[in-house]
Design a protein around this ligand. Structure first.
Ligand SMILES: [Mg+2]
Length: 370
């Protein structure tokens, strides 16, 4: 089996509500869908959702990189030879993990379809039966965030990820308001998205929040400030998760060396796809660090790829892949049983892609044959 042609679609996924985090407000989600066709007629889908604040890649740069560099480099290759594919992509361009993830995911979809097994079967087999789905609360007024949390509990949710990271004193009020509204039994995780900048601000905030019983605190300080994470971890008692700071193998080595976090948020878009994500998970497992699979708010394609990884490894103890629940239109049909998700047993990514919706959401596209 050889890669024959690659279609690249630049799409915009419409959001039901704007998604607001510390560094950006999204009205829709720009994404790149990759469709790989092989010489034996199989089709696999991949996705790249670039985040310029995290990896320096944009929607436009990812499209160009796939069109002019990565797609031509992998045409003619066997999509099941992952070590080789990544070596080819890494030689062609430094970093650019989201662009590489699109090719990687499409090849895993193809490999699963070729062998007639779900992708998780290629990653060690299924370990988890189901994961709870966490509801993400966008940044808003403390009372509005608390009201929304209350409403979502009635829909069945029992855990929340609060986005904060604007003004630290308002953030403290947001967290206190949600906790007061939902009671002590509900799980609350807080993602600051680097918004508290440094260890001093973070420690000051956490002194006011220690009694709120948070599951964990995610990326309070600037991504590259590993020493800041070390200081926060030493001086507070809430488990600490690294997200934006943890992208590649080099970052994971430094994190392990410094013991800079209790948990890490691994995303296919930060590390280059399923294959490197598994390597990161093994590194974390050996160092006794718990993992979560997160996303850049991806369609059914990227989200399913993330779930395939999470379901296959014991070291993944939580998932945050809620993109498909946020979109009013999606290119695929990944199924959630809110407040849980259970993957099906269909080959590859286990989803159908609706080509009509894909065309409808496409702003520009290209076909690469060599
Ligand atoms: Mg995060």
């Amino acid at each position: 089996m050889k890669i024959k042609e690659i279609d690249i679609y630049a799409i915009r996924l419409p959001l039901i509500d704007p998604f607001i985090i510390s560094y950006h407000t999204y009205d829709d989600m720009p994404s790149i869908i990759v469709k790989i066709t092989t010489d034996d007629g199989l089709v696999g889908y991949g996705e790249a959702v670039a985040d310029e604040h995290v990896t320096g890649e944009t929607w436009e740069s990812t499209y160009a990189l796939l069109k002019y560099t990565l797609a031509p480099a992998v045409i003619g290759e066997n999509p099941m030879e992952f070590e080789r594919l990544h070596e080819i992509m890494n030689k062609a361009v430094y970093q650019a993990p989201a662009a590489k993830a699109a090719i990687d995911i499409a090849c895993y979809d193809l490999a699963g379809k070729k062998l007639g097994v779900p992708v998780y079967q290629l990653l060690g087999g299924r370990y988890h039966e189901k994961f709870p789905v966490t509801h993400v609360l966008s940044i808003g007024k403390p009372t509005d965030m608390a009201e929304e949390a209350k409403r979502r509990i009635q829909e069945g949710y029992s855990s929340f990820k609060m986005k904060v990271g604007t003004d630290v004193q308002v953030d403290v009020k947001r967290i206190q308001a949600v906790r007061a509204k939902v009671g002590e039994e509900i799980a609350i995780r807080v993602d600051v998205n680097q918004g508290w900048k440094n260890s001093a601000t973070t420690i000051m905030a956490m002194r006011q929040l220690e009694k709120e019983g948070l599951d964990w605190l995610e990326q309070p300080v600037i991504a590259d400030d590993f020493n800041g994470m070390v200081e926060v971890k030493a001086k507070t008692s809430t488990p600490l998760m690294m997200d934006e700071g943890l992208r590649n193998f080099r970052d994971m080595r430094e994190l392990i060396e410094k013991q800079a976090a209790h948990k890490v948020n691994i995303k296919l878009m930060k590390c280059g796809g399923i294959y490197p994500a598994m390597k990161l998970a093994h590194m974390a497992e050996m160092a006794g660090i718990e993992c979560q699979i997160g996303s850049m708010v991806e369609s059914s394609i990227g989200s399913s790829a993330g779930f395939q990884v999470a379901f296959s490894k014991k070291v993944f103890t939580s998932v945050e892949l809620t993109g498909p629940l946020k979109f009013s239109k999606d290119v695929g049909n990944l199924h959630y049983d809110v407040p849980f998700i259970q993957l099906n047993e269909r080959p590859g990514l286990g989803i159908d892609v609706d080509e009509k919706i894909l065309q409808e959401l496409t702003e520009f596209s290209t076909k690469v044959t060599k």
